[in-house]
Design a protein around this ligand. Structure first.
Ligand code: ADP
Length: 481
């Protein structure tokens, strides 16, 4: 209740011990460019020690009842909520998102802990009617074992709790390697887990700049039975290959290229509100952000104008400043990527309706942008923008819209806006995506399954499906009856 962002640790956490190192790396506030902390740059050997610790802790943690584990998780949830303001400030300082969004993420992140604490009690097996009078068949659910999690910087708390909470609820132990841009939130979560009574070795955090070296150890070690990863498709594919030798179970939440279709019978206000929420949240840096806004010809011009008016109302600035709703991008590479996608689009005939340049707020800030006249030969259509640029493509028929939407190797989120329930339903069925928002720009929460199809990933997080990812089904045949 009384913590400040400075009270959270800057040491890594292995086997219940706070680990320092001579070799450290800086955590930078993207709004100011200033170093805010230094954290240990741990090595592949440290990662192996974390696996030792998680393996040692596994028998006792997995032997607890689900109810006992739920009590610990519930305390962790309550501590996260009690310190939510300090966590939100810490998040804004290392990640950049506006404070209101950080507060939202802390609540969202905590919700997974609350929900999985309860859901762990419902890891039911089955009794299966027998095929022989002398035998009886049952299945039981058991924790998969030691888990490794590699997490991204765009949701520095929620992407960790969404993995750690179901793992712990299921009876697994876990090693988290957070993104090098945002290690502080991971360490803060570990501190609160320690306070909540999560036993030593059950939840470990390995901070490092050697993502590749540490990743290789986590993938190659046979004691790690599952890898859960959120990040780019490129890295996800490397990890998928690296896990083949030990045949690990995998959850992969990878890149997206979300289509947001606006049919000409959409409610314009609803479509603009949905597009704004989906596009500009976290400065466009979410894997479910609308990447291609596909608008029917009859409503195209109205929509483009209304979206530009709304985008121009966004207040750009440091996330810690009151009233700001568009913060900086995470680093210089992210800005360079947006600039290169914009240059390519404009060179190929795209028109900047608003924005289209860096913002005076600082070197990592980019103006909320609306780009019209977007065509499928532009890189911005095939690549994940991860910035505050709305790219508007025009279509004529429903078939064309669906074909455009599905013309990508990705399949995470999709959105559509229409007042015609039959049209909307048919389109939702045809979209190749793991999640579809109908007249809705934001839909993720702890009770629904989040995940993608095609090259957007494997498995689901949240919901009952999210617990299942950390469980094995064991069939027991009782014979000789
Ligand atoms: P982003 O583009 O969002 O930064 P990345 O896929 O590069 O996505 O990063 C997501 C996570 O994957 C981060 O924790 C990062 O350190 C980690 N990572 C990057 N490269 C590798 C690798 N070769 N092996 C293991 N982890 C990696």
């Amino acid at each position: 209740m009384d913590m400040t962002p400075d009270d959270f640790p800057t040491s890594a956490y292995i086997g219940g011990t706070w680990v320092t190192s001579k070799d450290q790396f800086a955590v930078i506030n993207p709004a100011t460019g200033l170093d805010i902390a230094r954290v240990p740059n741990l090595t592949p050997a440290d990662a192996r020690r974390a696996i030792d610790a998680a393996s040692a802790a596994l028998p006792e943690w997995s032997a607890k009842t689900a109810k006992e584990r739920a009590a610990v998780l519930r305390r962790w949830y309550e501590l996260i909520l009690a310190e939510s303001e300090a966590l939100a400030q810490l998040m804004t300082s290392e990640q950049g998102k506006p404070l209101a969004e950080s507060r939202g993420e802390v609540a969202y992140g905590a919700s997974f802990v609350e929900w999985f604490a309860e859901e762990g009690k419902r890891a039911y097996g089955r009794t299966i009617p027998t095929t022989a009078a002398t035998k009886r068949y049952i299945t039981i659910k058991q924790p998969i074992g030691v888990v490794a999690a590699i997490t991204p910087w765009n949701f520095p708390i929620a992407m960790i709790t969404r993995k750690v909470a179901p793992a712990l609820a299921a009876g697994c132990t876990i090693i988290v390697k957070p993104a090098e841009d945002t290690p502080l939130c991971a360490l803060a979560l570990a501190k609160l887990a320690e306070k909540a009574g999560v036993p030593a070795g059950v939840f470990n955090v390995v901070t490092t700049q050697d993502a590749r070296g540490v990743g290789e150890v986590l993938c190659a070690d046979g004691r790690v039975r599952k890898l859960t990863f959120t990040g780019s498709t490129e890295v996800g594919k490397i990890l998928y290959r690296q896990c083949a030798d030990t045949v690990k179970k995998l959850t992969l939440e990878l890149g997206g290229n979300a289509p947001l279709i606006i049919f000409d019978d959409a409610d314009l206000d609803q479509a603009v509100a949905g597009a704004m929420a989906s596009k500009y949240r976290n400065a466009g840096q979410t894997c479910v952000c609308a990447n291609r806004i596909i608008v029917q010809a009859g409503i195209y011009d109205h929509f483009a104008t209304a979206l530009a008016v709304a985008a121009e109302k966004l207040v750009v600035g440091p996330g810690a400043t009151a009233g700001v709703n568009l913060g900086p991008l995470i680093n210089a590479d992210a800005v360079a990527k947006v600039e290169s996608l914009m240059a390519d689009a404009v060179a190929k005939g795209g028109t900047v309706k608003t924005g289209g340049a860096k913002d005076a707020a600082g070197s990592l800030f980019y103006k909320p942008t609306v780009l019209t006249g977007v065509t499928t030969d532009m890189d911005i259509v095939s690549q994940e923008i991860f910035g505050p640029v709305a790219a508007l493509i025009k279509f004529e028929t429903d078939e064309e819209a669906i074909a455009l939407a599905n013309n990508t190797p990705f399949g995470l989120a999709a959105y559509l806006f229409s007042q015609n329930i039959h049209r909307a339903w048919k389109a939702a069925e045809k979209l190749e995506a793991g999640m579809v928002g109908v007249n809705e720009g934001i839909f993720s929460n702890e009770v629904v399954p989040f995940g993608g199809v095609k090259e957007s990933g494997l498995g689901r997080e949240g919901a009952a499906e999210g617990l299942e990812e950390y469980l094995e089904t064991k069939f027991i045949c009782l014979g000789g009856m």
